[in-house]
Design a protein. Structure first.
Length: 188
């Protein structure tokens, strides 16, 4: 009985000592990208060039949180005129709505790595649930900074008209958006 009590207390003590690690998103290696229909004729692809945020991760406890800010004014279709239009009042209306934000909880841990992200996206002034699957997740020592760096490849989808982004709907554009996020973050 004493041995069992000792093992339980040791487990509780080690769990109490474990603490989440905080990471800052590396904006030079993080690019949320998307694919959307263009009148059923082709698929347009773009990305956002400016994002920031933080991640808190406790691999041992299987817990983590994500808080990411994305600047829709940094939208990049690879076409300057389309970029300017998309940032304007007909789509993202960045002057009125500003940054998009994703806040969520890392879940589905397997061997210390999350497999899902359950959260909410705020876009165009609307907040709705958007869950992401994590295709790959890996942490390594950063070779130059000598701190832990983690990276992931996440994906999911949503309907843009649910966020008030209806441009093109009257012309038969599908409202589905496939979201792909490559992200790297470095421990504080």
């Amino acid at each position: 009985m004493k041995k069992l009590l000792f093992v339980l207390l040791a487990g509780i003590a080690s769990a109490a000592l474990a603490a989440p690690v905080s990471y800052q998103i590396d904006p030079t290696h993080t690019f949320p990208s998307f694919e959307a229909d263009h009148m059923g004729v082709s698929v347009w692809r773009g990305k956002f060039n400016s994002s920031s945020g933080k991640v808190s991760l406790d691999k041992a406890a299987g817990y983590g949180m994500v808080d990411i800010s994305i600047d829709p004014a940094s939208v990049d279709f690879g076409h300057d005129v389309l970029n300017k239009w998309a940032a304007g009042p007909e789509l993202f209306d960045v002057a009125k709505f500003g940054a998009a934000r994703y806040k969520g909880k890392l879940t589905g841990f397997k061997e210390g790595a999350p497999t899902q992200l359950q959260g909410e996206l705020t876009l165009h002034g609307v907040t709705r649930p958007v869950n992401l699957q994590i295709k790959s997740f890996k942490c390594i020592p950063h070779p130059m900074l000598k701190r832990e760096m983690c990276g992931a490849d996440a994906y999911g989808s949503f309907k843009r008209d649910e966020f008030g982004l209806t441009a093109g709907k009257e012309y038969g554009f599908k409202m589905d958006v496939d979201l792909r996020i490559q992200v790297e973050a470095v421990a504080d």
